[in-house]
Design a protein around this ligand. Structure first.
Ligand SMILES: [Zn+2]
Length: 137
């Protein structure tokens, strides 16, 4: 199964997005970096497993370059609007925000994807999103 690889679900908190650009071009330990970003160390370790840049020294200790990590956060952020949608949510292009989709209709699309079309509760505009066919939405 390779679908996890093509659908990363790193959830960046706002504080990480705000703080990451302030990281220095130096090597941090996982604990130091977690402290800098005010995030749980375990979550950071999880990100490293999912592809966040890091190096391992000869003793097996993990080091993270602050600047490289900040660049990675930025690259994850670009994908965020799509992966951050929860079941039942869509992105309204008019309101420029994530909204709960009203009256969703599932339309078959290509491959494993379905297309969900509904109505924005704020502006009554059309909202659509893609979803996986096997998802429960
Ligand atoms: Zn709207």
């Amino acid at each position: 199964m390779s679908q996890e690889l093509s659908y990363p679900c790193i959830k960046l908190s706002h504080i990480v997005i705000v703080k990451a650009p302030g990281l220095l071009p130096m090597l941090y330990t996982v604990r130091e970096l977690a402290d800098e970003l005010s995030m749980p160390e375990q979550t950071l370790r999880d990100w490293l497993l999912r592809g966040a840049p890091h190096i391992r020294d000869r003793l097996g200790h993990i080091w993270v370059n602050g600047q490289t990590f900040a660049a990675w956060v930025l690259s994850q952020r670009k994908k965020a609007p799509r992966s951050r949608l929860k079941p039942g949510e869509g992105y309204c292009m008019v309101c420029n925000r994530i909204v709960m989709v009203l009256h969703p209709i599932r339309r078959p699309s290509t491959g494993r994807l379905v297309y969900i079309q509904g109505v924005c509760p704020h502006c009554n505009g059309k909202v659509s999103r893609g979803a996986r066919r096997d998802s429960a939405q």
